[in-house]
Write a protein that binds this ligand. Structure first.
Ligand code: ASP
Length: 357
């Protein structure tokens, strides 16, 4: 009897432990994906924006948002989402990146971009590229296919060719609106006006054609930060820099820690504004350091740098940011910033002016 009871206990123990083994492993915590986009900050006011232009900007941001969210919703990575959304904005002539980039004083488009993966803390950046259609994809190739972080000028375009990235004639990036902005800026600075670039369309004769969409936004850089379901953040930024820049000037966008930064330990940030201030204040990394070491919320950290540190020195601009726990933030000290965001299960939010949520 005694023996029978012991056997029953043994069988019960085996059954219980087997069923414990048969249980599926506890699921790893799933994050809700989220994404934030900017299309540049600056003097963006209702009074200077035509309804068609406003529609165009909102549609451009919606298209970029769609590109990112469809990747994230399929379980894709934050790096893929950032690259895909920025490629859309680089092809949109309204934004100062890729096609539609501002002109340097010598009449060329010199493009800068960077991308950073918060999971691996690897990064890639390029500056002053002139023939690569999608500088963000080149930055990603630097990150993933070279032992380096940053390549510049003709060497960067040569690397793009070596990895098979699409090359275009420099006139691909030409837009009349940006050209006229260059002419105005050079006249203001009493600098010589270069000839229209080879391959550019002939100058329109009807003046209003240039000014339908006034180019007074100044800092039209594009940037995306994303969080994927695996909990990894990434950031990317792409720009033509500042109108009439000289001497191969490079801004903050491709400088890791200044205009672009991502770490799963803290956050991912992309900036837009006068790059010189963003470089000197290492804006993106400082925001993430405030989150990481001071335990600040993402919004408080972004506001501290953008509103409190940059405003007194006239460091115009803004940032978008995202954290692995799903916090999203934007902060800008200019009248407007083209911006959009969405989180899994939520509604897309697109804004331009300061008084929008
Ligand atoms: N931050 C960019 C730069 O200084 C410009 C911009 O944001 O539009 O190159």
């Amino acid at each position: 009897m005694h023996r029978l009871r012991n056997s029953l206990i043994l069988v019960a123990t085996i059954v219980m432990s087997t069923s414990a083994f048969a249980q599926p492993p506890a699921p790893s915590p799933q994050h809700k994906w989220a994404v934030v986009i900017h299309g540049g900050a600056g003097v963006i006011e209702r009074s200077s924006m035509s309804p068609e232009a406003e529609k165009g900007y909102r549609a451009g941001m919606a298209a970029a948002l769609h590109a990112a969210t469809s990747i994230l919703d399929r379980g894709g990575s934050s790096v893929d989402a950032v690259e895909a959304a920025i490629r859309i904005l680089e092809d949109d002539p309204l934004f100062n990146a890729g096609r539609g980039a501002v002109f340097a004083a010598d009449g060329t488009n010199q493009l800068d971009a960077a991308i950073m993966d918060g999971k691996t803390m690897t990064a890639g950046a390029v500056a002053d590229v002139t023939t690569t259609r999608h500088p963000i994809s080149l930055a990603r190739a630097v990150m993933e296919k070279s032992p380096h972080v940053m390549l510049v000028g003709p060497g960067a375009d040569a690397f793009a060719r070596s990895v098979g990235l699409e090359q275009v004639p420099p006139s691909f990036f030409f837009t009349e609106r940006r050209w006229q902005s260059l002419v105005r800026e050079l006249q203001r600075e009493h600098l010589p006006i270069p000839p229209r670039p080879a391959g550019a369309p002939p100058a329109p004769t009807h003046e209003s054609a240039f000014f339908e969409t006034p180019d007074n936004h100044k800092y039209g850089t594009v940037g995306v930060v994303a969080l994927d379901r695996a909990g990894n953040v990434a950031a990317g930024t792409s720009t033509g820099g500042l109108t009439a820049k000289r001497w191969d000037r490079v801004g903050d966008s491709p400088i890791i820690g200044a205009g672009t930064y991502a770490s799963n330990q803290s956050c991912a940030v992309s900036g837009t504004g006068i790059g010189e201030y963003f470089i000197r204040f290492t804006v993106a990394r400082t925001i993430c350091a405030l989150v990481q070491y001071k335990g600040m919320t993402l919004q408080a950290a972004a506001d501290l740098v953008i509103q409190q540190q940059l405003v007194p020195i006239h460091g115009d601009g803004g940032v978008i940011a995202i954290a692995p726990d799903g916090q999203m933030a934007w902060s800008f000290n200019t009248p407007g910033m083209f911006r959009a965001r969405m989180t899994e299960g939520g509604k897309a939010q697109i804004g331009i002016y300061r008084d929008e949520p």
